[in-house]
Design a protein around this ligand. Structure first.
Ligand SMILES: CC(C)(COP(=O)(O)OP(=O)(O)OC[C@H]1O[C@@H](n2cnc3c(N)ncnc32)[C@H](O)[C@@H]1OP(=O)(O)O)[C@@H](O)C(=O)NCCC(=O)NCCS
Length: 149
């Protein structure tokens, strides 16, 4: 458990926001990507932002939010979306992501949110393994189009 692995997951505090933004970097795909700066992170609901520490050092984060009536799943209502999961390269392979996802699953269970979503690239086998071991199953594929001019 936590003490054995040295991994602790806790809700984010205001002072974590610069660390999360630094970890995420400026690689977001949209100009309004909320994870790229502390100022943007200030504007999203903080209760879905979880921080993982290993032996007291920042190791990664998970962000989820609650929503209603997702546009991509007709008929569905209350849901939670696991929006972002990142672990610093030097802490990968220690079960940090697994612990973050376990905590996410516990939190949504406590709030009795009936439906959960997460999306990842089909090439990301590490993420797929984590999500599928948490009970997620593929249900929709998105196509990324590209055109060079
Ligand atoms: C995906 C990511 C979050 C995994 O974090 P992590 O803390 O290393 O993952 P864990 O240590 O909890 O490992 C979870 C599982 O993946 C496996 N795994 C981890 N790294 C692996 C690797 N490089 N190759 C193969 N398997 C790997 C672990 O063995 C474990 O499987 P198991 O439970 O069957 O033993 C991390 O690699 C990352 O931040 N990647 C970049 C961002 C990203 O891809 N995010 C997810 C997409 S939304």
């Amino acid at each position: 458990m936590a003490a054995e692995s040295g991994v602790v997951v806790r809700p984010a505090r205001a002072e974590d926001l610069p660390t999360v933004a630094r970890h995420y970097g400026s690689t977001g795909t949209t100009p309004w990507d909320p994870f790229t700066t502390p100022e943007r992170l200030e504007r999203i609901p903080r209760d879905g932002l979880l921080i993982a520490e290993k032996d007291g050092a920042y190791a990664g984060f998970l962000y989820w939010f609650e929503g209603r009536k997702p546009w991509f799943d007709k008929g569905a209502d209350q849901y939670a979306q696991l929006e972002e999961l990142r672990v610093l390269p030097e802490f990968q392979g220690w079960g940090v992501a697994q612990r973050l996802v376990d905590r996410f699953l516990r939190d949504v269970n406590e709030r009795q949110i009936p439906l959960l979503y997460v999306a990842t690239d089909e090439t990301n086998q590490v993420a797929a393994r984590i999500y599928e071991s948490g009970g997620f199953r593929p249900f929709l594929r998105t196509i990324h189009y590209r055109k060079y001019r």
